[in-house]
Design a protein around this ligand. Structure first.
Ligand SMILES: Nc1ncnc2c1ncn2[C@@H]1O[C@H](COP(=O)(O)OP(=O)(O)OP(=O)(O)O)[C@@H](O)[C@H]1O
Ligand SMILES: [Mg+2]
Length: 250
């Protein structure tokens, strides 16, 4: 990703956002994020930095106190989560948000609830099952009875149903065995190669940045700095501030 490409019209732009829960203190304190299309952009930062809160603010689950969010130049702050989804921004939360008592196929159908054309919805479900044979095998199994890796695969595959422009993944590797984590990143790269832009939140900075094109560092609700993932990874500030624990775990 070149500086030039980064300078083009951003797909998503978060500017000076402050937000918090209810009447509580501000969790985001002037967060900024610029996302160029067609890449995996990783947001890293320590525990409690506000990474998940930032994603929630983007999808309209948390009102902004100040600042603005633009998608393709258009303000989206103030929209409801379903309206943000219809615009083309899909959020896979940390807890994956599957329906455990519904089958794999039913979960895929729920993922497309905003699609008006039900014939098109069924076509997209078939196409996803085509691409993920394990999900086809398990189409009638309750999602909650599958392994963590299979559930994460379902949560990510489900985003394909609405063909969003941006997919936001909050800690998709959490609780998965290393081999499964690799599979999960392969699916993430597949989403990117199919033209989607991925925003990846990772607590493990090394793993996150190695699998991304661009990195943004968040701490205490503020964007500290950003750059090409490789460069952020090698930045001494990261080594000191963030990689102590993650480096040992990677
Ligand atoms: N629903 C909530 N109500 C009140 N405070 C919350 C809520 N969710 C998160 N917080 C607080 O907001 C701060 C940032 O949390 P957040 O989950 O955004 O951090 P994070 O960077 O995603 O951390 P982690 O790496 O642990 O997932 C924390 O102090 C947390 O206690
Ligand atoms: Mg989080």
């Amino acid at each position: 990703m070149s500086e030039q490409a980064k300078a083009d019209v951003p797909l998503l732009e978060v500017t000076n956002v402050t937000a918090g829960y209810g009447r509580g203190p501000a969790i985001l304190n002037g967060a900024n994020l610029t996302v160029a299309p067609g890449q995996v952009q990783c947001i890293i930062g320590p525990n409690g930095a506000g990474k998940s809160t930032l994603l929630k603010a983007i999808v309209g689950m948390l009102p902004l106190r100040t600042g603005e969010i633009r998608f393709k130049g258009e303000r989206i702050d103030g929209l409801r989560p379903d309206e943000v989804l219809r615009k083309g921004i899909c959020f896979v939360p940390q807890e994956r948000a599957l329906f455990p008592k519904m089958t794999v196929r039913e979960n895929l159908r729920m993922g497309g609830y905003v699609l008006e054309d039900k014939a098109q919805l069924e076509e997209r479900i078939e196409s996803v099952l085509e691409q993920f044979p394990i999900l086809r095998e398990r189409a009638h199994q309750h999602a909650g009875t599958m392994s963590g890796g299979q559930q994460q695969m379902l949560a990510m595959a489900r985003t394909l149903i609405i063909e969003p422009q941006i997919v936001m993944l909050d800690e998709p590797s959490l609780g998965l065995a290393p081999q499964i984590v690799e599979q999960m990143f392969a699916i993430m790269h597949m989403l990117r190669d199919r033209g989607m832009t991925v925003i990846l939140v990772e607590q493990n900075a090394i793993v996150g940045l190695k699998n991304s094109d661009w990195g943004t560092v968040l701490d205490l609700g503020t964007t500290l700095f950003e750059g090409p993932a490789r460069q952020v990874l090698d930045d001494p500030r990261i080594q000191e501030l963030y990689l102590g624990k993650s480096a040992a775990a990677a």
